[in-house]
Design a protein around this ligand. Sequence first.
Ligand SMILES: Nc1ncnc2c1ncn2[C@@H]1O[C@H](COP(=O)(O)OP(=O)(O)OP(=O)(O)O)[C@@H](O)[C@H]1O
Length: 293
Amino acid sequence: MDTLIEARDLIRLYPGVRAVDGVSFSVRRGQCFGLLGPNGAGKTTTLEMLEGIQSPTSGSILYQGRPLDRDYRQAIGIQFQATALQDFQTVRESLAMFASLYRRTADRDELIQMCNLAELLDRDTRRLSGGQRQRLLLAIALVNDPALVFLDEPTTGLDPQSRRNFWGLIETVRRRGKTILLTTHYMEEAQRLCDEIAIVDHGQIIAQGAPLELVRQHFPAAVIRLPAAAWPTATPLPDRAEARDGAIELFVDEVAPLLEHLERIGANLNELKVQTPNLEDLFLKLTGHTLRG
Ligand SMILES: Nc1ncnc2c1ncn2[C@@H]1O[C@H](COP(=O)(O)OP(=O)(O)OP(=O)(O)O)[C@@H](O)[C@H]1O
C-alpha cells in the first residue's frame, strides 16, 4: 500500500476536553479520505495536527514515512473553514499574493480555469458569493501544486446547487492526481466523494472503510417502514423487525418476497416506504445520535 500520510495514535487534550482521543489512520496516495462526524467530534483538531498547525499531545504523524519537516508546508495545500482574505484585494491579487509564499507554484491559468474564476479575476474578494469564495479558497489551497490537499468542511454554508458544483470541482482535483483529506458532517458528501471514510465521534474513530461497504456491513439491503397501525393486530412481528416511533421497520435483503408476505397477512401497504440505509443511519446505529447533533 502506497501510504502518503499516516496518523498514529493521536491524542489532543484541551483543558477539560479530550478533543482527539487516540486516532490512527493512513491515507493512500491518490485517495480521497474523509473524516465524517458531527460538530465537536474532533475533526478539525485532527486535521490541524496533520496539517502541522498544532502539535499532538501525544502520538505521531508520518508523511511519506517520515516525521513532518520544514519542507512539508510546501507539499500540502489547505482550505481552512474560515480563511481571512485581505480586504481591498481582487481575486487575481489574492491568488498572486498566496502564490508568492511558495517556492513552486501551479500553472495559474490552469488553476483559474479549473476553479472557474476567469470571470471573477477583477472582483473584490468581499463581493464574492459563498460558492465563488469557496472556489477561490480552493484555488489558493492548490496554488503551490500540492501533493496533498486538506479541505476542512469545504461546503458548509453553501446552498445545495453550489455544494453540488463544488463536489464536481473536488472530483476534478482528485482526477488530476491529488490526494485529498477532507472533513464533513454531510453524509452525502462523504458518500459521493470519499473512497474511504473514518467516522469520528467524541474524538475517536468508531468505524472506518469504504462508505458503501461500511453501510453493508451493518445493515441489510433495505428497510421497509409501515405505520404501526397498518400492521394486522393478530399477526406477530417477524424476527427482523422493530417497532419504533409509531412505525414498524422491517429489515430485508430482498424486497419482493417481503411485499408478497405483507399482502398475504393483510397489512395496509398504502403508506409503505422502502429505504436504503446510508451513512446517516449507520452513524445513528453506532452512536445513538444523529450526525447533525
Ligand atoms: N482551542 C481549543 N480550546 C479548547 N477546546 C477546544 C479548542 N478547539 C477545539 N476544542 C474542543 O475540542 C472538541 C473538538 O473540536 P473540533 O473543532 O476539532 O471538532 P469538529 O469535529 O471539527 O467540529 P466542527 O464541525 O464544529 O468544526 C470540541 O469539544 C471543541 O469544543
